[in-house]
Write a protein of this length. Structure first.
Length: 294
């Protein structure tokens, strides 16, 4: 099976669109999407998001089990940490990971003309939160916040009509805060504009897909490798997306300019800027992770 076991179905996408209702403003090279929650649709949309969260973390949980859990650990520290990962990792770190997962969901549901798919999340490459969880169980100390993960938050791919060839990659940068911070928006646009590590990020995705070894995973692995090794410039086949999730509602309007790019995004590439306000975001993230890992 794929690292992401199943893509979102047409029914899933319709439900999410009915729950997080988009207002789209498009201009040449720039698209702004404001998502507004329809609270009446939350009971239908949240189970899909919970399933998406569980699938996104599945690879890292399997990887950490292989890497850290041992029968020679008499106290079972790593096993205990695995049981509680990612539900009980440090709260701010978990918020960041949630933002990355939400960016993947947004890419797949609101990907404009392209059908985008995120075949793998590379949380295995950020093992500091898991190590911090193990250390807290070993020492009894409080959890310490681990450094943020380097690199792109997730990559989504668009497939040609032949079903095998990747035509474009969507480089997603996620910013998620319980309140609101304009500096996060500015920094996210700077990161996207200056990003030059696409081949390294593609390598991470290839490694995750390779390790799973199913026919579907191998098919995706070969497609990503072929895209990586293309003679055409990867930069010309890349689209940028910033997904900003925040817990403090704007008094009016939007948090980002719907009609023109942020000044910090200086790249010539197309940019999609998405913003979503979630009421009581801090509490909601905890509830979603409790539901994903009861």
């Amino acid at each position: 099976m794929l690292v992401r076991t199943t893509p979102l179905t047409a029914s899933d996408i319709a439900v999410i669109r009915g729950w997080l209702v988009p207002t789209l403003t498009a201009s040449p090279g720039y698209t702004h999407i404001q998502l507004v929650e329809d609270f009446a649709q939350r009971p239908f949309g949240e189970p899909i998001l919970v399933r998406y969260i569980e699938q996104a973390h599945r690879d890292s949980r399997e990887y950490f089990e292989r890497a850290f859990v041992s029968t020679l650990d008499p106290r079972g520290i790593a096993r205990t940490a695995l049981t509680n990962y990612p539900r009980k990792i440090e709260e701010v770190v978990r918020t960041g990971l949630f933002g990355e997962i939400l960016a993947g969901l947004v890419a797949e549901v609101y990907g404009s003309q392209n059908a985008w798919f995120v075949p793998a999340f590379c949380f295995r490459c950020h093992d500091d939160p898991f190590k911090a969880l193990m250390k807290s169980y070993e020492t009894g100390d409080s959890l310490r916040r681990s450094p943020g993960r380097l690199g792109d938050d997730c990559l989504a791919f668009s497939i040609e009509t032949d079903g095998e060839t990747i035509s474009q990659v969507l480089e997603c940068e996620a910013k998620c805060t319980w309140t609101h911070d304009d500096r996060l928006i500015a920094h996210g646009h700077t990161q996207l504009s200056e990003s030059s590590e696409l081949r390294l990020e593609l390598h991470k995705v290839i490694q995750v897909l390779h390790d799973h070894g199913s026919p579907e995973s191998i098919s995706w692995e070969l497609a990503v490798m072929a895209f990586r090794d293309t003679r055409n410039s990867l930069v010309n086949r890349k689209v940028d997306m910033l997904v900003y999730t925040h817990g403090t509602k704007a008094r009016s309007g939007t948090r980002m300019n719907p009609r023109s790019k942020h000044a910090n995004h200086k790249a010539a590439r197309a940019l999609v800027a998405v913003e979503l306000h979630v009421e009581a975001l801090r509490t909601k993230i905890a509830e979603l992770y409790e539901a994903a890992y009861p």
